[in-house]
Each structure stands twice: as structure tokens, then as C-alpha cells.
Write a protein that binds this ligand. Structure first.
Ligand SMILES: *[C@@H]1O[C@H](CO)[C@@H](O)[C@H](O)[C@H]1NC(C)=O
Ligand SMILES: *[C@@H]1O[C@H](CO)[C@@H](O)[C@H](O)[C@H]1NC(C)=O
Length: 319
């Protein structure tokens, strides 16, 4: 009983702090969250492109999962306007590997480079709002799914090319969501050979991301607080500055670490997840389980809304 009262007090106190604290980002005022990515971030672009045919009705309103995706949680917590450039099936560059979506995987979708060149740059954020905009880059392996021999170094090079384009277009705050272990998805269940090959690509990609982090730090500097890189980002405010060299703040989120954490027995227990192997939707899309809440994966490729919530909370904390 005492414990209950204590936790109620704690909740009330937390709520009071949340409302009196002017900004969650230590003085920085962010207004926009722009997301470039694939099905891990798409909140309806493929649905629109396919005229409502994909993803299937069992999915949550054009999302590739059973509830809000991570970026929606982040936008809601931080009162950000969410701009979604992500397409299910997107690769890092359609000229490198063309990505597809749709029931028959026959709808070409814009890759990262094309999301910038064709979608963002025709209607960019006004100059004055760039300091208050966070650009997120989140690509989770479609290059390999559409071309298993794609090189991880080349994939990360495409991501770097896109980041440099965003910087040229004035982006000042860029968050890169690094990859998870692609070999763990239900799609590969029962085939250790192919799962192993995808795990190897994922590991090589994480090494390439480390190099990318080093290159960008050398060029643009490092945030003083890597756990909360964007909290000091206001001093970047290029619209206040006379000097030409743009300041850009980079943050990196390790999705693989989060998924490893979620797989720990005590965390699974707390989340009520009992199946980390099978998707709630079967690999052939024919059956849907009764309780998606018990699954880490929603279908052959995508995590459940519970994982998206955990990711959203983690990225909210980072921002
Ligand atoms: C950056 O400076 C401009 C002009 O002084 C101001 O309007 C804007 O709110 C500032 N942005 C941030 C993120 O503090
Ligand atoms: C595993 O996948 C590879 C590549 O697609 C295929 O060549 C092989 O036959 C599969 N093995 C099994 C046991 O299904």
C-alpha cells in the first residue's frame, strides 16, 4: 500500500516537472521532425502509392506494424510536426539498388537519395526553421534484401552522400539510426545459412557506421554530450551567425543495442513478450496471431508496436 502511494506521488511529481519544464531539450526549441527511411518509419506513403492495397488491412492504417511507429511517439512527446518521407521497401539509393513495395513487390519506391532530391528539395523547410528541425535517417537493410551482394561500405557511403546533401540544403540537426542484426528476422527462420549472411552484412554495416561517425566528427565536430547530442544544438543556430561554415549536430542511435536489450529475459517478461522468433503475421501473410503483444516481431520483417514504443521512448530521451 505504502509502495502504491509512493509511486502515485512519483507519477504526480513527474507530471508536474514535465509541465513546468519549458523545453525537454535544455533550451533548444525544436518544431519539426523530418524522417527519411523505409518501412520502419513509413506512416502511409506506400499505402497512398498502392491506393490502399499495401500494407494489408490487418496492419495499422498504412503502417508496417500494429500501432504507431517510433517517430509518432517522438513527435507526440516533443510536440514536433512530423514530416514523413519514408517508403516501405526503400533502399539507400534507387540508382544503387532499386527498392520495391506492394503485395507483389512490384511498386518501385524512392530511396534515401531520391527522397531528398525528388520529395524534400522541391518543398524544403524554410531557412528560418532549419535550426529547429531534426532530420532523421533510418534505413534498415532493403539494399541487401533486393541485392544480397550489396556492399555494406557502399550502403553507408550512400547514407553519407544523402547526409551531405541534407547539410547542403541547410540541415543542422541530423540523427542517424544505425542498423540492427538483419539475420534475426522471422523471414529467415530455419535457414541459418542465409540468416548468417545477413547478420554478417549487418555487422559489417555497423563497422562502416563507426567510420562514418569518425569522418563526420572530423568535419563537423562532436556534440559535447553524446547521450543528448541535440540539447546543446541551439548554439548551432546558423541564422544567428555571420561565419559561413555550417555547424551541424549529429546524433547516432544504435537500434541493435536496443533490440539486444529487449531480448534480455527480464525485459521480455516486463513487456509481456514470449515469442521473439515468429511474427504475429505468418511469413506468407495468411494468418494473424491472437495477441500481437506477445511478439517481438509483427511479421516476417517488422517489429511490433511495443518495439516501436520502446524505440520512440529511447529517441525521445536522446533528443
Ligand atoms: C535561431 O535564431 C533565430 C533568429 O535569431 C530564432 O528565430 C530561432 O528561434 C532560433 N532557433 C533556435 C533553435 O533556437
Ligand atoms: C537457405 O537459403 C539459401 C539462399 O536462399 C538457399 O540456397 C538454401 O537452399 C536454403 N536452405 C534451406 C535449408 O532452406
Amino acid at each position: 500500500m505504502l509502495l502504491n502511494i509512493a509511486s502515485i506521488v512519483a507519477v504526480v511529481l513527474a507530471a508536474a516537472t514535465a509541465t513546468t519544464e519549458a523545453r525537454p531539450s535544455g533550451g533548444c526549441h525544436f518544431d519539426n521532425l523530418l524522417v527519411f527511411g523505409d518501412s520502419y518509419s513509413d506512416v502511409g506513403n506506400v499505402y497512398k502509392l498502392s491506393k490502399g492495397a499495401w500494407p494489408l488491412k490487418a496492419y495499422d492504417h498504412g503502417r508496417f506494424t500494429n500501432g504507431p511507429v517510433w517517430s509518432e511517439h517522438v513527435a507526440r512527446h516533443n510536440h514536433l510536426k512530423l514530416k514523413n518521407y519514408a517508403y516501405g521497401g526503400a533502399t539507400t539509393d534507387s540508382k544503387f539498388v532499386q527498392g520495391y513495395s506492394g503485395a507483389a513487390s512490384d511498386l518501385p519506391v524512392p530511396g534515401f537519395i531520391q527522397q531528398i532530391d525528388q520529395l524534400y528539395s522541391s518543398k524544403p523547410i524554410p531557412q528560418k526553421d532549419l535550426a529547429s528541425s531534426i532530420f532523421v535517417v533510418d534505413f534498415q537493410g532493403n539494399d541487401y534484401f533486393f541485392n544480397p551482394s550489396a556492399s555494406p561500405v557502399a550502403v553507408v557511403q550512400n547514407i553519407e552522400n544523402g547526409i551531405e546533401k541534407l547539410v547542403k540544403l541547410g540541415a543542422q540537426n541530423i540523427l542517424v539510426v544505425e542498423n540492427f542484426d538483419y539475420g534475426t528476422i522471422p523471414y529467415f527462420n530455419g535457414n541459418a545459412t542465409i540468416a548468417g549472411a545477413f547478420s554478417q552484412a549487418a555487422t559489417a554495416q555497423l563497422v562502416a557506421y563507426k567510420d562514418l561517425e569518425r569522418r563526420l566528427a572530423k568535419k563537423y565536430g562532436r556534440p559535447s554530450d553524446s547521450k543528448h547530442p541535440f540539447r546543446g544544438a541551439c548554439s548551432n543556430n546558423n541564422s544567428n551567425k555571420k561565419d559561413k561554415k555550417p555547424k551541424v549536430t549529429f546524433g547516432y542511435y544504435k537500434l541493435n543495442d536496443l533490440l539486444n536489450h529487449l531480448r534480455e529475459p527480464k525485459v521480455l517478461k516486463r513487456l509481456g513478450i514470449t515469442d521473439v522468433v515468429h511474427g504475429c503475421v505468418s511469413n506468407d501473410y495468411k494468418t494473424v496471431c491472437k495477441d500481437a503483444g506477445k511478439h517481438l516481431f509483427w511479421d516476417a520483417f517488422h517489429p511490433t508496436a511495443k518495439v516501436h514504443k520502446a524505440l520512440g521512448d529511447a529517441i525521445t530521451e536522446l533528443i
